[in-house]
Ligand binder design. Structure first.
Ligand SMILES: *Cc1c(COP(=O)(O)O)cnc(C)c1O
Length: 358
């Protein structure tokens, strides 16, 4: 499929513009010199409409585009209390006149009871968003009982709103919704145009993977546009066969995006061979600072004056830098890091952020 057909297929889909696209793509000259690579950054953290944005804004544009056509008045979504996704959906909903509602889980053993408002939670409160905080234990991502408790709470609120005559859409954790996965096909499409303009052919794209919303679209775009780039995903949670998030989920979502684009759908093994997930940078737990991530945040800030965050992008960048040091990325490769957001979490509690100033 050529890019003209690709663009035509995407243009047919419902979409409500909220962000500022294309997002910037730029070189990281000092880090490049330090590692003997050509490093670039794709700035989904600058997607708007505020300075604290992220990769979920693109999903929101497509999901809300259809929701508006369907007369949706309220969007309920869920995530950890420091979710970036929830923050982006809330901002997007407000800007298009839909009421956002967030169900937020908090691991009280790791992070304590909710006290002073900080980070993304503070920003959600500033936007006046209806939030419901549910205290959970360590295994919320893997326990069916914990998941059911949250799903039930959402169902109750949804029923209340529907009884009042409202139209409610529930969007899964991380903005997981079939209308959204196409969004990051555009991210890769933009990156190709921007890297072409810079006179480079990308060898690798690194990004942080969590709920599997960005990789399927990017992979689908790579496959249907026939580009040789390799994606390397650094995970912030377990991502094996049998886990809640697993490579099979990525394969299914990638096939769905290809079908939406009207592109040929290769067999599962072909798609699976494109997936490369490194789980060595999770650290102790989700949203718990790791030494590598803290060091990566500092290193980027000191080299380039650019900030990544402690929950997602610091861990992702730590993976990239480790691969660069260990020679997993060949010298002089053209490498882009997808900055998916997370900077609001730099203003969280020390358990989340670590000690980045020392
Ligand atoms: C959701 C999120 C991720 C993980 O992305 P997925 O594409 O959902 O796997 C990474 N970084 C940030 C800032 C996010 O909000």
């Amino acid at each position: 499929m050529d890019s003209t057909h690709f663009d035509a297929a995407v243009d047919k889909l419902p979409r409500r513009r909220v962000g500022f696209y294309p997002t910037p793509f730029h070189a990281l000259p000092n880090l490049s010199a330090a590692y003997g690579l050509n490093l670039f950054m794709k700035r989904e953290d600058l997607a708007g409409p505020s300075a604290i944005s992220g990769s979920k804004m693109r999903l929101a544009e497509f999901i809300l585009g259809r929701a508006l056509e369907n007369g949706v008045t309220h969007v309920i979504t869920q995530g950890e209390y420091l979710t970036n996704s929830g923050l982006q959906f809330a901002a997007a909903c407000l800007s298009v006149g839909i009421t956002p509602i967030l169900f937020l889980t908090r691991n009280v053993r790791r992070h304590g009871e909710l006290g002073e408002f900080r980070g993304n939670y503070l920003l959600n409160k500033t936007m006046g968003v209806e939030t419901h905080v549910i205290n959970v234990g360590d295994n919320v991502w893997h326990s069916p009982d914990e998941a059911a408790r949250i799903t039930d709470a959402i169902a109750v609120r949804k029923a209340e709103l529907e009884a009042q005559g409202h139209e409610v859409l529930v969007v899964g954790t991380g903005g997981a919704h079939p209308d959204g996965y196409i969004a990051h096909a555009l991210t890769f499409r933009e990156m190709l145009e921007q890297s072409d303009a810079a006179g480079v052919e990308l060898d690798y794209v690194y990004h942080t993977i969590g709920t599997g919303t960005a990789l399927p679209g990017m992979l689908a775009a790579k496959l249907c546009l026939g580009h040789p780039v390799k994606f390397r995903s650094i995970s912030i949670q377990r991502f094996n066969d049998g886990d809640r998030m697993n490579p099979g989920v990525i394969v299914e979502r990638t096939k769905a995006v290809l079908a939406t684009l009207g592109a040929p759908v290769p067999d599962d093994a072909t798609i699976r061979a494109e997936i490369d997930i490194d789980q060595r940078f999770i650290g102790e737990d989700y949203a718990v600072a790791s030494a590598e991530s803290t060091a990566a945040i500092r290193e980027l800030a000191r080299a380039e004056g650019v900030f990544v965050g402690p929950v997602y992008t610091g861990k992702g960048l730590a993976g990239l830098l480790d691969h660069a040091r260990s020679g997993r990325i060949p010298a002089d490769s053209n490498v882009a890091f997808l900055h998916t957001g997370d900077t609001g979490n730099l203003f969280e509690i020390p358990q989340v952020v670590g000690h980045i100033t020392a």
